[in-house]
Design a protein around this ligand. Structure first.
Ligand code: SF4
Length: 201
């Protein structure tokens, strides 16, 4: 994946996201805003427009990559098997988040108001919460912490890879890239891409 085109200040969004959650964890749900556009743009353009020119994380990794060792990552780390494994992990994680949030909402389990890396590694400290919101449903708080945990985990992995290997090594296995790539291939295979093109022209 090449350099992100055009923008240079998008990287600010990533640290801002983590900083905002210090005010209130509910702000971690702002990550939802970034979930739809990669797929909509891939459908509309039949290319990874989000990855090429919009993704704040890619810009952030590029900035971090200025102090990278810039080695090529081993093939097993960025190949098809790794891509499938990372996608499987994230699907499992989202399933866990959905099921546990439903369980909290229906009063069957207590919310987990802690940050966890890789689903199970609980950090021994709490996020400072500078703003208090009264009467926040427990499931919202649980969902917010789970989202924050997912984004923090993938960002830390991405940063680790960027420092050791090429800046955007994470992008080789990123689930968004895998899913939009599959989507574009499916559109091409089923002939939908020419239909979308003719509708757009
Ligand atoms: S592959 Fe993932 S991290 Fe990289 S640009 Fe695309 S969405 Fe962003």
């Amino acid at each position: 994946m090449g350099k992100i085109e055009g923008h240079t200040l998008l990287f600010v969004i990533t640290p801002t996201y983590f900083a905002l959650s210090f005010f209130h964890i509910i702000l971690a749900l702002s990550a939802l805003v970034c979930m739809g556009p990669p797929f909509y743009l891939a459908y509309r353009d039949q290319k990874k427009t989000w990855c090429r020119s919009i993704c704040p994380r890619a810009d952030f990794l590029q900035k971090i990559g200025r102090i990278s060792r810039r080695k090529s990552a081993p093939k097993w780390m960025v190949g098809n098997k790794a891509r499938r494994a990372v996608l499987g992990y994230f699907c499992m994680n989202f399933l866990f988040v959905t099921m546990s949030t439903i369980a909290v909402a229906t009063g069957r389990v207590e919310p987990i108001e802690k940050i966890r890396l890789l689903i199970v590694l609980e950090l021994p400290w709490n996020l400072p919460q500078l703003i208090s919101v009264h009467a926040l449903p427990a499931w919202v708080s649980h969902l917010s912490y789970r989202f924050y945990s997912i984004i923090l985990t993938s960002t830390l992995i991405g940063v680790g890879l960027a420092l050791r290997y090429k800046p955007r090594t994470w992008c080789a296995v990123c689930p968004v890239s895998t899913m939009t790539g599959n989507m574009i291939r499916n559109l091409e295979r089923t002939g939908r891409s020419s239909e979308i093109n003719s509708r757009a022209s």
